[in-house]
Design a protein around this ligand. Structure first.
Ligand code: KIV
Ligand code: ZN
Length: 523
């Protein structure tokens, strides 16, 4: 029997996934996700787009410095400054560093986005790849919008890219427009028409605008692709990217259809990785999400339950334990010590600095006073909320809200800023509104809430309520996100709102934070 070909799993959660609005992660969160991706067994981590910002550069560099195992990749346009930044960011990974250069090739991209003729596109691609090869021999090239590129031109660009030294050719369905038949055909045609295509790795990169990202990725594998680009929970631009857990489990569960391929993913890490990503980026996992959703293995109909009890396979195509469900960990309680919290966090993929660990430990104690058990999901949410929030200009000292049927809610709040406590009392249309307006009295800011979501992290009446919100502080400025978790959703709302304020002050410059502290210190 011929041995199966390896399918390289290229995870782009930290690049295409993080790029989507509202999914921004902090550097420590990205590092925790990257470490867990290594444990999951992905082959390549696309850690970011180094030219995009100082923060992106730093986090790609930190991941390239500290995460061992997978290849670490940085994205670049076919522009020298981008390529040089990506080269410098992945350098600490040594032989395991990859640069991924991309350039639009479809007619619509050439004419309207780039204003360049075919010849010029080929020249730019060659020039970009040659530049990238000065940093590493491991070069991936993506003709962006490949699935809408004329096949003759696609073949011409791919041949030129291979001659220039690209070792992986990714053919993205950038707009999620292709059908599985079309996408698979494109791979077959490139493999048979482009000289050198069988000597490099062909890669898929599918977006989910028509809900076809996973189906398209599988069609490409059938047609000869040997790398799949995907993200945990399918997060990504617009409707997202192909979900890693779905691609991997489809290949494995239906190995009768894909007998020629195998991945190196440790499937028992899937659920844990999915939760870590969800906690880090603040995107809840839909209950009905395949493989990792809470309902993915919940059987509610009596007929199904009866069948499952008689023989699991009657209604279950995957053993839930294989993807990491069902392993009950002992939950923490208020009696758990710092070492127990640190060990659970480590198990969940987080290595925190002592000050961060102390902060999470204190929050666990506070929550443990009100809630019997602190589950892994509670911890992920606490860490997500804590390390997403930058240095605090304001912190919550106390909060009292009086409300009742037919009464206007009244909030009494004390905040700490510049080593002093500041008190205010205010009202609002609802309890949350009263809290935010009262906080505004102290800070002198006026936040306009553009998004507000609350979710129970675990089950039960004492569940931790996680609040995610976005606030705009000036008419034309971008909304700032804030997140927090507490057993009381009003407290959680206040903390999330403060997190957004602290972030706004941090992002709009230290000067304004200093000015605020000075003003409050000398009223
Ligand atoms: O969707 C896309 O085309 C991309 C490229 C950068 C590969 O994300
Ligand atoms: Zn993409």
């Amino acid at each position: 029997m011929a041995s199966a070909d390896k399918i390289y799993i290229f995870d782009t959660t930290l690049r295409d996934g993080e790029q989507c609005p509202g999914a921004a992660m902090t550097q420590p969160q990205k590092l925790a996700v990257a470490r867990q991706l290594a444990r999951l067994g992905v082959d390549i981590i696309e850690a970011g787009f180094p030219i995009a910002s100082r923060g992106d550069f730093e986090s790609v560099r930190e991941i390239a410095t500290t995460v061992r195992g997978p290849v670490i990749c940085g994205l670049a346009r076919c522009v020298h400054a981008d390529i040089d930044a990506a080269g410098a960011a992945v350098k600490p990974a040594g032989k395991k560093g990859r640069i991924h250069v991309f350039l639009g090739t479809s007619k619509i991209h050439r004419e309207f986005k780039l204003g360049k003729a075919r010849k010029e596109i080929v020249r730019l691609a060659i020039d970009g790849i040659r530049r990238a090869r000065k940093f590493t021999p491991n070069i991936e090239f993506s003709p962006e919008d490949a699935s809408r590129t004329e096949i003759d031109f696609l073949v011409e660009v791919v041949e030129a890219a291979i001659r220039a030294g690209a070792t992986t050719i990714n053919l993205p369905d950038t707009t999620g427009y292709a059908t599985p038949e079309e996408y698979g055909r494109m791979f077959s045609e490139v493999l048979s028409l482009a000289q050198g295509a069988s000597d490099v790795i062909l890669s898929t990169h599918c977006h989910n605008d028509l809900g076809l990202a996973v189906a398209n990725s599988l069609a490409a594998v059938q047609a000869g692709a040997r790398q799949v680009e995907c993200t945990l929970n399918g997060i990504g631009e617009r409707a997202g990217n192909a979900a890693l857990e779905e691609v991997v489990m489809a290949l494995r569960t239906r190995s009768d259809c894909y007998p020629h391929v195998t991945t190196g993913i440790h499937s028992r890490e899937l659920v844990r990785t999915s939760r870590l990503v969800s906690g880090a980026c603040g995107f809840p996992i839909p209950r009905n999400k395949a493989i990792v959703g809470l309902n993915a293995f919940a059987h509610s109909s009596g007929i199904h339950q009866d069948g499952i009890l008689k023989k699991r396979e009657t209604y279950e195509i995957i053993n839930p334990q294989i993807v990491g469900w069902g392993k009950t960990e002992l939950p923490l309680t208020k009696h758990s010590g710092r070492a127990a919290v640190a060990s659970r966090l480590k198990h969940l993929g987080y290595t925190l600095r002592p000050a961060e660990l102390q902060a999470i430990f204190s929050r666990c104690k506070e929550i443990g006073d009100r809630k019997k058990f602190i589950y892994d999901d509670d911890l992920v949410s606490l860490v997500g909320a804590h390390i997403q929030n930058p240095r605090e200009t304001y912190s919550l000292v106390s909060l009292h809200v009086h409300t009742g049927t037919g009464e206007k809610p009244l909030a009494e709040i004390a905040l700490r800023c510049a080593k002093q406590n500041h008190f205010a009392i205010g009202t609002g249309d609802g309890a949350v509104d009263a809290v935010m307006k009262t906080i505004d009295q102290i800070t002198g800011l006026q936040g306009h809430l553009t998004e507000y979501q609350v979710r129970a992290v675990t089950e039960g009446k004492d569940a931790v309520g996680e609040v995610s919100l976005s606030v705009r502080f000036r008419a034309k400025s971008e909304a700032v996100a804030g997140r927090s978790a507490a057993t009381d959703v009003i407290e959680s709302s206040a903390r999330a709102y403060l997190a957004a304020i602290n972030r706004w002050l941090a992002e709009s410059g230290r000067a304004s934070a200093k000015k605020t502290r000075r003003a409050l210190a000398n009223p």
